[in-house]
Design a protein around this ligand. Structure first.
Ligand SMILES: [Zn+2]
Length: 171
């Protein structure tokens, strides 16, 4: 699995921008975050994390996710989905096949990230095991499975990660 960006860090290095019941509603009850927020200035290049096929490019920007890309991944024979949200643009479209590490579009601050200051701009990124998911963590997979513990400090990478933290070495 590749990273969706070349410059990688969890937004603000904050636990609340990782996966799970890491946020709270104003009344204090737990609130789910369905993926990782990667810090990324608007128009940062985005990459396919695995070989796959584009399922949907939503360029309407009329949901909280803003413009988004959904790609079905062929991960060692397992069908998974990668979801890129708040993006500015895609250079791929529905039914296009993409290769791991291929440039697919550019990040942004669409949807409920509109107007984000430079230091708050990010890619909301999810792994899913089905294409359509509800609220909460339904259908979502913790990115830690593929990348290991959340990266709270910046690093640069163009290399894939071959280790599967849930199942051990991938295939
Ligand atoms: Zn997010």
């Amino acid at each position: 699995m590749y990273y969706p960006l070349r410059e990688v860090r969890i937004l603000s290095g904050s636990h609340g921008n990782t996966f799970g019941w890491v946020r709270k509603y104003s009344d204090g009850s737990p609130k789910a975050h369905q993926g990782w927020d990667f810090q990324a200035r608007n128009d940062s290049p985005l990459y396919a994390v695995c070989d796959g096929e584009v399922v949907h490019y939503d360029k309407t920007d009329n949901t909280s996710y803003g413009k988004s890309l959904l790609i079905r991944l062929d991960y060692w024979g397992e069908s998974l989905y990668a979801f890129y949200a708040h993006i500015n643009s895609s250079i791929v479209g529905k039914y296009d096949w993409v290769s791991a590490g291929q440039l697919i579009g550019y990040s942004g601050s669409t949807g409920n990230a509109k107007g984000s200051s430079a230091n708050a701009q990010h890619l909301h990124f999810e792994f899913r095991n089905k294409s359509q998911c509800g609220k909460g963590l339904n259908g979502r997979i913790d990115p830690q499975r593929f990348y290991g513990p959340p990266p709270y400090s910046w690093f640069t990478t163009s290399e894939p990660v071959y280790y599967d933290w849930l199942y051990g070495e991938a295939a």
